[in-house]
Structures are given as C-alpha cells and as structure tokens.
Design a protein around this ligand. Structure first.
Ligand code: SF4
Length: 482
C-alpha cells in the first residue's frame, strides 16, 4: 500500500470506487483459502460490473496456486507473490514494465501466464538493495531435508521468496494512528508438521538491526506510540546475522526510543525464551509485560508428531521461569485441537495443563489437514465432530479460568490506551492495557470518563477496573490524558 500510495494511487476501501482491485490473500489453512477465493470472485464481479479495469491477486495464495488462479479466474490480470511485493506497481500499471532479465521470475505475467522454476534464481525484489537475505545452517539443513518443497503443489512453480522490506520501503498504516506493527523477520526454519508457512514464506531471514530501529524511529516521529514486533518466529531474530540474543538486543535498543510508550513482540518459540530476553522485558518500563508463546499442545506424544518437542512438564517450568523473571506478566498461547493421533488421554493431558498453566489469553484452532504439510500423510486422523467438541471443551475450560483471573483485576488502576467508541454501542469506549495485544485479546470497555467530558482516541489514561466478565473488563477513567 505504501508503494502504491507513493506512486500516486489513491487508496479506497470501497470496491465500487476502485479502478484497480487488489485482493491480498492468505493460504495458511483451508478456511483462509476459501475466504481468499470468495474475495477474488466477489472482486471479479465488481470488475465485470463497475469501473475497475484491473484485478490483482497478491499474497500467499499466489505462492500456493500461482498458475491455477490465472487459469481458473480469467478476470485476474496479474498475480504478485509474497516475494515480489515491489512488482505491485507494474501489476497495477503504475510503473513501466521493465525488461525482464533472463533470470527474472516476473515472466509469470507473460502472455501465457506460466512461471518457470529456475534453481538458484532470486527474485528482483529479493535482491533489494539493502536487505541481503542470509540463511541459517538450520534452514539450509531443513532445505536439504525437503522442508520447503513445493513440487507437488500444482501451480506453485515460483521459487521460495527471499524478499525483505527495509526502512526505506514506504508504508501506509491501516492501524489506528497510535499503533503499528513492524515485521522484523520473514520465513521460518522450524519443521512443525501441521504448518505450510515455511513453504509459502521461505527460509528464515532477519531484517537488519539498524533497519528495524530506523523504521521504529520513523514511526514514532509520525505519532506511533505502540509498536508490536512480528515475524513467523520473532525469538530467532538475528541468528542469521550472527547475533546472540538478537531479539533481546533489538528490544533493548527500541525501548530507548523517546516517545515509544508500549513495545511488545508476538509469536515466541517456547525453547527460545532466554533469561536475557526476560531480563530485558523486566528492565524497561515501556516493554509490555506480555508474552505470546504459541505452544500448540501439551502432550509430549502429540508434540513429537508435530515435530515441535517439549511437553506439559517442560512448559510449566518455562512459565514458572517467565513469571518469576517478570512478575505480573500476561501470557498468551494457542493450541491445536484434534491433531492426527491425538488420543482421549492426550487431550486430557492438554486440559490438565491448561488448568495448571492459567494463561491470561488462549486461542484454540481446530486441526486443518493441509496438503503439502508433513501431518497430511499421518494416520490417526481425528473425526471432525470430535475435533470441534474438543475445541469447545478447551475454550469452556479457559473461559472459567479467565473469568476467575479477570475478577482479580477489579479495583486495580491500570494505564490504558483509548481506542475509540465501541463497535457495539456508542455509549461505551474501548481501550487496551499493556496486557492486551492489539486485535487479539479481550477488551476494556470504558463506561465512565470520570471528570473528563470526552476521551481522545490514541491517548493514554489511568483507569480503574470496576467489573469483570469472561474475557472483557469494564473500567472508569480516573486520570489523564497521561
Ligand atoms: S514455528 Fe510457526 S510458522 Fe514456523 S513452522 Fe512452526 S507453526 Fe509454522
């Protein structure tokens, strides 16, 4: 969006007003694929009946079904994979097509619409001037083991993406003006058997340290006060740059940026939470006391089949270490229910673990059988009804835990970021504390502005929690803006 904006395009969220329609897709699991295809078809109808002249499909679905999209949906004029973001301008007709080098993958847009796989070739975007993508021995080993293979993905003939953006890449923020995400790394070298993200996104590669810091400074200068670091695995940050404890070093640098009120990272890998990382979170007031660590399961047998390792006992020790190092920290995790081979006993182990671990926030996904993932060929598939029943059971269990935990919040005074009127009713405002990541966790509803006539979105206030529900709490403002 930043590139398009800089090139003079005016962005609109109303498809009926657009001359160029761009569908940014996901293909992580079946449901996401279906949603992506539905959106493409919906936009194709706009193209047929409205003023739109071009329809572009971008993102992960392109990495997975590049040729298929072009063959099956003739209304699509161009496809742009995750490794060729800069090509969006040519695809949108906002830049002159450059003569494709013999080795360029952009011949995907040639008349016949067929891409060719050329070993060793790098995308033009992937050779971006300042972000050289190195790889880690772990990634190279996994590559030899076939982790990133796409051969049996019909139409996915493009090479693995190597693209990384940098601080000079223009950005167009769609988040509220006070908050922004920064992607610090791309790709993943882990072998999790249920996951096709590495096949879609390529090998793990970190952005340069200075580039991330420069981008954060630019964002804060634009008024951003909360930064959330993301990547498929943020805790591996810097390993390919020969940095030890790279994420801790990065957080330490970013936390010193004046004007940055809240800093957090998502998607920690459980065995990479180091003492130094925890010390860094504890040491800086503006690093949120919040840790998102997707554990996926707690039964050692299931985790072994998932190719992740660990188990309830190890995880409980890790959580104990985290809570001791950062008192009061909010913990978030996600689990997969119904992974192939998950026996009733495995599921009980997971329930016992959830009862003991007392997460503040917990998400449960139903296992999705993805072609191209290691788990696709596993036996012991759990019937869909059982998967859904287990998911419901786990959510119900967590609901009770969460309700008890949220009751402890009543009476506490916390700093919150006011986000705006509630979607549900204009009589309430919504906000978040440092213990709520943007978009994914519960909410703080504000029903009393205290002495203030009104609140301002994007400002911080001190508020007292007055009521608690399963996931959400209610608060009244007692001071601010801070
Ligand atoms: S660490 Fe996350 S992105 Fe990487 S393979 Fe595992 S689940 Fe997929």
């Amino acid at each position: 969006m930043g590139l398009l904006d800089r090139a003079g395009a005016r962005l609109t969220a109303r498809p009926e007003d657009a001359e160029i329609l761009i569908v940014n897709t996901c293909s992580f699991i079946d449901r996401a694929k279906q949603e992506s295809v539905d959106s493409i078809l919906e936009m194709a109808r706009y193209k047929a009946s409205g003023s739109a002249k071009r329809l572009i499909v971008a993102g992960c679905l392109v990495e997975r079904y590049r040729n298929e999209i072009r063959k099956s949906i003739p209304e699509v004029d161009a496809v742009v994979g995750t490794g060729e973001l800069e090509y969006i301008l040519e695809a949108a007709g906002l830049a002159r097509p450059q003569a494709a080098a013999a080795s360029s993958p952009f011949n995907i847009l040639s008349a016949n619409g067929h891409a060719e796989s050329r070993p060793g070739q790098e995308s033009r975007a992937g050779t971006h001037k300042s972000e050289a993508a190195a790889s880690r021995p772990e990634g190279n080993l996994r590559e030899r083991q076939g982790r990133f293979r796409r051969d049996d993905w019909q139409g996915a003939t493009h090479l693995l993406p190597t693209y990384l953006y940098d601080e000079s890449t223009p950005r167009y923020l769609t988040t509220p003006s006070s908050s922004a995400y920064i992607k610090i790394a791309e790709g993943c070298d882990h072998p999790c058997s249920f996951c096709v993200i590495p096949n879609l996104r390529g090998k793990f590669r970190s952005r340069r340290f200075e580039s991330v810091v420069a981008e954060a400074r630019q964002l804060v200068a634009r008024g951003v006060q909360e930064i959330t670091l993301i990547g498929q695995d943020t805790t591996c940050y810097g390993e390919d740059l020969a940095l030890k404890d790279g994420l801790a070093l990065l957080l330490d640098s970013l936390a010193r940026i004046e004007g940055l009120r809240w800093l957090r990272f998502l998607y920690a890998y459980p065995n990479r939470i180091t003492g130094r990382l925890l010390d860094t979170i504890a040491r800086h007031d503006n690093i949120c006391k919040y840790l998102d660590v997707p554990l996926q399961h707690a039964s050692p047998a299931v985790l072994k089949r998932m190719k992740r390792g660990g188990g309830a006992e190890i995880f409980l020790r890790t959580l104990e270490k985290v809570r001791a190092a950062v008192p009061g920290i909010a913990l978030r995790t996600t689990f997969i229910a119904g992974f192939p081979g998950e026996s009733p006993r495995d599921f009980e182990l997971l329930e016992e673990f959830v009862g003991e671990a007392r997460f503040d926030w917990l998400g449960v996904f139903s296992y999705s059988d993805e072609e191209g993932s290691g788990a696709f060929s596993l036996d012991g598939k759990v019937p869909r009804r059982t998967v859904e029943a287990r998911k419901r059971r786990l959510m119900k269990l967590q609901q009770a835990i969460s309700k008890r935990a949220k009751r402890q919040w009543v009476g506490r005074e916390l700093v919150l970021l006011a986000e705006g009127e509630s979607d549900e009713t204009p009589l309430l405002w919504e906000g978040r504390t440092q213990f709520h990541a943007p978009e994914i966790d519960g909410k703080v509803y504000i029903n009393d502005c205290g002495e203030l006539a009104a609140l301002e979105p994007g400002r911080f206030y001190k508020a007292q929690i007055t009521e608690a529900y399963e996931y959400d709490v209610v608060a009244r403002v007692v001071a601010g803006p801070l």
